[in-house]
Design a protein around this ligand. Sequence first.
Ligand code: NAD
Length: 495
Amino acid sequence: MENLNFIGGTWQAGASRETLPVINPATEEVFAEIVRGNAADVDAAVDAARKARAGWRATTGAQRAVLLRAIAEAIREASPQLAQLEVDDCGKPIAEARYDMADAVACFEYYAACAESLDEQQERPIMVPDERFDIKLRYEPAGVAGLIVPWNFPLVNAAWKVAPALAAGCTVVLKPSELASLTTLALARIAEKAGLPPGVLNVVTGLGHEAGAAVAAHPGIDKVSFTGGVESGRRVMEARAHRVGDVALELGGKSAALVFDDVDIDNTVEWLLMGSVYNQGQVCAATSRILVHRNVFDAVVDRLVKAMEQLRVGPGSDEGTHVGPLISAAQLERVGALVEQGVAQGARVVTGGGQPAHHTKGYYFSPTVLLDVSRDNVLWTEEVFGPVVSVTRFDSEADAVELANDSRFGLAAAIMSADPERCARLAPQIDAGIVWVNCSGPAFIQAPWGGVKQSGFRRGLGEWGMHEFLELKQVTEFQSAEPWGHYDIGRGGLA
Ligand code: NAD
């Protein structure tokens, strides 16, 4: 078998010898298999990561940067093949897969620069009111990082965690999603060829409740960084709490787009599509609740529905595709069931609402717009993770903010308005980690990423992403020639 686990610099079959099928969501065909890794494989990976820890930690940021840049360059070279592999594995449109590859390259390059700047940040002095003491700050790698990632942006999700963890000097045990592991295994091959020392990056594939749970609970892992759904995040947190272990969670969302009556409607609808159907709506920060001012409600809904109906739904490998298949049969069923339930609770489908008729194979779901979605409707409260939006009216700024914040999630929000003062006034009032103004969905490696409330805590990306994998240490030195003298030893006090 081709897709083995990568542990301690060697490619290994899993301890169970069992495999999991890899299904192309556009054809429903099994085209590969991966290892069904278990706790024994995670043990081996943690062991390898612990052995590699001291050596990797002893490198300078500049030395690590050389390897991170080599990885970036190798991803760049293999981008066409990796993009196609991503499409086959998770269904996304090829144009979006190409963006993903560019994002992964940029991520490794960015954290190469961060690793270098870390060298300069070491030994920063802290001034204290007692000059006999000299205090310096050091950033130390957290140790072994356990990274658990989802399937919606497989290589990007992995890069966003692996690059900062390696830059910080951590060694890594990475568990990709069982639904899309192939580009992550390709990343391990790239890292191996780039000369990353054995054991610095380990990849164990497998199911969440087996390999994932083993990573979350492992006593040899110093820091867990998890991206995925709220329920899984809660289990990871419970497992970490048990051993008082550090954890960062990047979870789901139910983000709102607030559309005011001074917008250019075509421009706005362009962003509303970007915020809701990009990657088939399988985006944690998707703005799937669209709130529109009463004065432009009909016009925006009309334009949005027309645009949704013009989107080309088809295989991700077709260049013209806007919306590919969902990741799996289970996800298709889940999205369909949520829409059905929402309709049973009073919502009205204006377009879409089910599988497009012209596809006999593949997990396709038509871009869907719903109206009359009340606040207790499942389509208002739950993350759908499909190309499905609910559109609601509002009357005033205060209404819009109140509606936007009416969610247990708090990942992102988009404010669409031609009035800069209004945008500046509203941005601080939104309970979310990310507020987009006159856009929806863009993510930059340099800017912090993460949410509040049940969307998780802590921040990935930017300098904050690397600091997630660093521990702050104070080194305090007593520099006076005079003895300390509190017990008066040597002067007869405790003779
Ligand atoms: P998921 O929670 O089912 O799985 C995510 C990862 O966790 C997978 O690798 C899975 O195998 C593993 N896992 C599952 N149960 C586990 C357990 N008990 N212990 C340890 N690991 C476990 O999520 P998914 O379906 O792969 O991804 C979709 C979810 O991810 C959505 O809710 C989405 O919003 C969220 N997401 C969030 C962000 C963000 O940055 N906030 C980014 C992408 C996706």
